[in-house]
Design a protein around this ligand. Structure first.
Ligand SMILES: [Zn+2]
Length: 456
């Protein structure tokens, strides 16, 4: 272990102490207010810049090897149109609408908007909304900054003195949100990905099935619901969804991927993601000293055959709360994350429809399923949406010219998930159900919920 690294670890002890102190400041509790209060994060993707020097400017800092594993992802760009700008604008507009639901907001204004969606009684709740990043960085700011991506990284990272700084996922968790709405779009998608699509993390049991079948050399037998595999995200046309599923399962448990013949790929290391953010499910302090040995029959074994499941994160993964969030099997797939994601998509389509913007293939399309970082590394309900694809002319126009309508759909969707909207108007396919999420089942005690404890 070199000097810089050791010094960094000493500083981490200090950070840990400070962190424990901060964690005891109580968050605003639902019960303490006249109306229930819910915390929401609007999370527009990206915002920083791609810079060639990954060792300095990347993301996903790995303490085992003391380096960034990924280049910074700047987001989609198509003919001078930028994803990071569009999603930020939409998030800001949605936050403006949701501010009517804040404690000192003008709720009557919000009621007026809801008239379009229902004639039924509208329940009063408080929604306290934050946005997960500042405005996208400018060229000038990039030039004048030693670490332009500092504000935009998803994962924790070393600051100028080697102290670990919180990335966006840690900051979101610090806010203890009930709901996080991540907004993205892409340049293109496979032709069978119509409409707007959700980004979904699979249930724990599905990934576990993947690991067990790898261990038992039983990867050829069809899964109980092979249909679901069609949704599995593959990052290249050369691989199959089946391979992507087993590769994700191996990564999820061991941090190492698999080769084409389903053996451990020792060159494909993705890092221990649950230890790259600040929350209660990190492994014990100095875990990285153990991890770097990758000893067989431990949770840090690189080879899936000798991988053993232990630690706080695995316990969480097996918990009933994760079952509520993500579902529990191939048959019962998606949980509240899925419901939240697709309700918001339906409200966006409703809002667009109402202003005369509709198209037959603009529907709630099939989800991209993989072990995505944000929905995996938070306790909040995660709605994660691909709003459209820039190489499709219709999408492009809507994304550029109909941001107000999209933002309204997002805001109304958020409200509906928290308070419920009875008798949503209209007679069309893919109408939102108006069903709220049953947040009470996330209560651990009458005072504390699964959302509250994420950083305690
Ligand atoms: Zn994106």
């Amino acid at each position: 272990m070199n000097y810089v690294l050791r010094n960094m670890r000493k500083k981490r002890i200090l950070i840990l102490t400070i962190f424990i102190l901060i964690a005891f400041i109580p968050a605003d509790n639902i019960q303490e207010n006249e109306f229930p209060l819910f915390r929401v994060v609007l999370d527009p993707g990206h915002g920083g810049v791609y810079l060639e020097d990954r060792k300095k400017h990347g993301d996903k800092f790995d303490l085992v090897n003391s380096e960034y594993l990924n280049f910074f992802a700047p987001g989609a760009e198509y003919r001078g149109i930028y994803e990071h700008k569009i999603v930020y604008n939409i998030a800001l507009k949605a936050m403006g609408i949701l501010s009517y639901c804040s404690k000192d907001g003008d709720f009557d204004q919000f009621k007026k908007i809801l008239k379009k969606y229902t004639d039924s009684t509208i329940k009063k709740i408080y929604i306290q909304t934050i946005i997960s990043r500042k405005k996208s960085i400018t060229q000038i700011e990039v030039k004048n900054s030693s670490d332009p991506n500092a504000e935009y990284r998803l994962y924790d990272f070393p600051g100028p003195d080697g102290d670990m700084q919180k990335g966006r996922i840690s900051k979101m968790n610090e806010y203890k949100p009930h709901l996080i709405v991540s907004l993205h779009l892409a340049v293109s998608a496979p032709p069978d990905y119509l409409g707007m699509n959700g980004i979904i993390v699979p249930p724990y049991n599905v990934l576990k099935e993947g690991l067990l079948r790898l261990k038992n050399k039983d990867t050829d037998r069809p899964l109980d619901d092979n249909n679901r595999l069609r949704f599995w995200f593959k990052n290249s046309e050369r691989i199959t969804s089946k391979y992507a599923f087993y590769n994700d399962s191996a990564h999820y448990f061991t941090s190492y991927g698999i080769t084409e013949d389903y053996k451990t790929d020792y060159n494909d290391y993705k890092g221990y993601k649950h230890n790259m953010v600040t929350w209660r499910y990190r492994d014990n302090f100095l875990w990285d000293l153990e991890a770097e040995k990758h000893r067989p029959d431990t949770e840090y074994s690189a080879d899936y055959n000798s991988f053993i499941e232990t630690g706080r994160f695995r316990e969480r993964e097996k918990s009933v709360y994760e079952e509520y969030r993500r579902g529990s099997s191939f048959q019962d797939f998606g949980g509240d994350n899925y419901h939240a994601t697709y309700e918001i998509i339906k409200y966006i389509l409703f809002s667009l429809n109402e202003s005369g913007v509709s198209r037959k293939d603009k529907i709630p399309g099939k989800p991209f399923v993989s072990t995505w970082s944000i929905p995996l590394l938070v306790n909040a309900i995660s709605a994660y949406i691909e709003l459209g694809y820039l190489d499709r002319k219709w999408d492009r126009n809507v994304l550029l010219k109909r941001q107000d309508e999209i933002a309204e759909g997002v805001a109304v969707g958020v409200y509906s998930l928290l308070a419920g909207i009875d008798n949503v108007k209209g007679e069309f396919k893919s109408k939102p159900s108006g069903k709220s999420i049953d947040l009470s089942r996330y209560n651990i005690t009458p005072e504390k919920s699964y959302f509250d404890i994420v950083t305690e």
